[in-house]
Design a protein around this ligand. Structure first.
Ligand code: SF4
Length: 96
């Protein structure tokens, strides 16, 4: 995870991710699954729909999951836009 709020552009790429999620697909090289850590839901501003279970460790849950925006649905859309690590998703970069 980048420590600087501006390491990937304004708000650490949050604006870029917002825009690209509207028009670009998820990289087909993405694999894995969300671990429900909640890191991307707390980035810069904690989402008001974020809740945590009583499990140990707690699991993040979205109270608006069915209507969540594309920025949330597609995160991480590409490796370059992935700023939270460790994340349950990874990207095959063997052909690069
Ligand atoms: S950072 Fe990755 S694993 Fe954690 S909640 Fe977001 S998508 Fe899921």
């Amino acid at each position: 995870m980048n420590s600087s709020r501006f390491a990937n552009g304004p708000f650490n790429g949050k604006m870029k991710r917002l825009v690209t999620s509207l028009v670009l697909p998820i990289d087909p090289k993405r694999s894995g699954n969300c671990r429900n850590c909640g890191a991307c839901c707390e980035f810069l501003v904690k989402c008001p729909f974020l809740r945590y279970s009583d499990d140990d460790p707690p699991k993040a849950r979205c109270k608006a999951y069915a209507i969540r925006p594309l920025q949330c649905r597609k995160y991480p859309r590409t490796k370059d836009e992935q700023i939270h690590e460790p994340c349950g998703y990874c990207f095959d970069r063997s052909e690069e």
